[in-house]
Design a protein around this ligand. Structure first.
Ligand code: SAM
Length: 254
């Protein structure tokens, strides 16, 4: 039986029982292997674009005796599945921008898919924007810390016709409990549910992001180019807004 990391376990916990899953960028196919061993899924495709991880996935599935349940396929993103073949897609451990481009390129493969379980390592805003623009309802957000790294897990469901018109509401500019106003952009960046729940680890993440942004600003300030000056102003504004959100929510913390 494989033992998952805390991060992969939290993804596994979000897969509904009886699912047919495609795990894209599966690497060692640990997630589908665990799901099959636990009887959570009835079928899986483990997709990999790179030869090393593809072979590792093949080995894992063979050695676990799960070849009847998990098919390991070589290919880019959703190219490894046919429309209607799976009802859940998991993509974990890559950047949000790459994740959004995989979903965009594979749109035609999403018919019949009910759940997307996505764990971007960075750039979660790209994923939230893609979901919003493509009729996927962000259903939940989770955040965890493991081995000094912080991860977010976004779960989305295909929106019904009635829900399509209201998807935007999740990111509508609003006043936070502490009294400050938060923009759509900041909600997409920091997560609408995470902002509402504001767990301690989420504060830790955004304090650390602020430090990274401050480094960017000090690097940009070394240049006198017009583009750098504009960028300094943009990043400084972003930092002010993030700080305001954090201060606002800290104020009302129990
Ligand atoms: N999903 C596993 C996890 O979360 O532990 C593995 C994450 S690993 C860091 C990212 C994997 O995605 C790599 O094995 C890489 O080869 C694969 N990958 C990157 N781009 C891909 C793409 N366009 N299509 C399929 N796999 C991709």
């Amino acid at each position: 039986m494989v033992k998952l990391s805390k991060r992969l376990q939290m993804i596994a916990d979000r897969v509904p029982k009886g699912s047919k899953v495609a795990d894209i960028g599966s690497d060692h196919a640990l997630l589908p292997t665990y799901l099959a061993q636990q009887g959570i899924i009835v079928a899986a495709v483990a997709g990999e674009v790179n030869p090393g991880p593809f072979e590792a996935a093949q080995r894992q599935v063979l050695e676990s005796g799960l070849s009847k349940i998990i098919q390991v396929r070589s290919g880019d993103g959703l190219a490894v599945i046919e429309p209607g073949e799976v009802n859940v897609i998991t993509i974990a451990g890559m950047g949000g921008s790459l994740m959004a481009s995989i979903l965009e390129a594979g749109k035609s493969k999403l018919s019949g898919v009910q759940h997307l379980i996505l764990q971007p390592n960075v750039g979660e805003d790209h994923v939230r924007r893609w979901l919003l623009s493509n009729g996927w309802k962000l259903e939940s957000e989770a955040i965890l810390e493991e081995d000094g790294k912080i991860y977010e897990i976004l779960t989305a469901v295909a929106a019904s016709k009635d829900e399509l018109a209201t998807l935007d509401a999740l990111y509508e500019e609003r006043t936070l409990p502490g009294g400050c106003t938060v923009s759509k952009e900041r909600l997409q960046q920091m997560g609408p549910y995470l902002m509402q729940e504001a767990p301690e680890v989420w504060f830790v993440k955004w304090e650390s992001e602020l430090k990274k942004l401050a480094m960017i600003v000090s690097q940009l300030k070394l240049s006198t180019a017009e583009a750098s000056i504009i960028k300094v102003e943009q990043v400084s504004q972003e930092m002010r807004e993030i700080k305001e959100v954090l201060a606002c929510l800290q104020k009302v913390k129990p």
